[in-house]
Design a protein around this ligand. Structure first.
Ligand code: MN
Length: 296
């Protein structure tokens, strides 16, 4: 199933060119704050699935193009992100480490945005904001110390994810924390609909230019390893999101660009980019040119 969030926070199942409203069967109250209904739905998925399947026949149908898709899990406990998890990206960044020996960082859940929201570029003269195309994993059953071989028991589904970043030497989390710097969507494709997440083609265009073209088989730390490592440190909760890392081809985006990410069997997002007027701080007072830009 493809589980979407749309409109004012309704839950829908994507059926061809339509989204079918299953909010009531999903047990989600769109007025609830914080908006943790999707987390609860994921936690209760096995019990709720029959009612959701039944609601598919009767729920209101809205054309996808008019639905107003939102990010599927807006209030996860955490967004876990693995840096330098493809060798070719490590080479382009001249990074002397890889995710398997470096571990992960966290992105704030407040950086999440939806497939139809624009990425707001902070007003940082002389600095570049880069796209990172990533497969997003949505955790289903939580847990601590999850063994590699048990990884499939803990994955709810998959989504497209953009890990946006101001390139530079400042604290990584700081540069990746801006609002709208983590578009996720266009929906969650449940794990049973993805044949083999370790063999997925992933492509990213900016406008007509193909920038990133990779396959998840080239991950350095694989999906079982990412779940095992994260849960060695932290308890994973239903709805937690893992950004699995980006391949080579990262680059800048500017006002007016549209970032297109396509992941086989998972989905496609076309995310517009707008220049904002806020977001500058004294941290960025001294313009810095990262090595990846000097190489050009
Ligand atoms: Mn990344």
């Amino acid at each position: 199933m493809k589980i979407a969030r749309f409109g004012k926070g309704q839950v829908g199942v994507v059926d061809g060119e339509y989204v079918v409203d299953v909010t009531e069967a999903a047990g989600v109250d769109v007025a609830e704050w914080p908006p943790v209904g999707p987390n609860r739905l994921i936690a209760e998925w096995d019990e709720r699935r029959p009612a959701i399947e039944a609601a598919l026949a009767t729920g209101a149908r809205t054309p996808l193009a008019e639905a107003g898709l939102l990010t599927p899990v807006p209030w996860p406990n955490k967004v876990i992100a693995y840096p330098v998890n493809y060798h070719d990206h490590g080479r382009e960044m001249q990074a002397g480490y890889r995710a398997d020996v470096q571990g992960f960082f966290l992105k704030p859940p407040s950086s999440l945005s939806g497939p139809e929201d624009f990425v707001e570029l902070p007003a940082l003269p002389g600095r570049e904001v880069h796209h990172e195309s990533e497969l997003g994993i949505v955790i289903g059953k939580g847990g601590r110390d999850i063994a590699r071989e048990d990884w499939k028991d803990h994955v709810f589904g998959y989504a497209c994810l953009l890990d946006m970043v101001v390139r530079g030497r400042e604290e990584r989390v700081f540069r990746k924390a801006y609002d709208t710097f983590c578009p996720v969507g266009p929906w969650i494709t449940t794990a049973d609909e993805v044949d083999d997440p370790t063999q997925l083609s992933m492509k990213l265009w900016v406008g007509d230019e193909l920038r990133q073209d990779a396959n998840t088989r080239d991950l350095v730390l694989d999906i079982p390893g990412m779940i095992a490592m994260a849960s060695t440190v932290m308890t994973l909760h239903p709805g937690d999101i893992i950004a699995t890392g980006t391949p080579a081809g990262v680059g800048p985006v500017v006002d007016g660009d549209v970032i297109r990410i396509v992941i086989e069997q998972v989905g496609e997002m076309n995310v517009p980019v707008r220049q904002g007027t806020r977001g500058n701080t004294e941290v960025f007072a001294n313009a810095y040119t990262p090595d990846i830009i000097k190489q050009k």
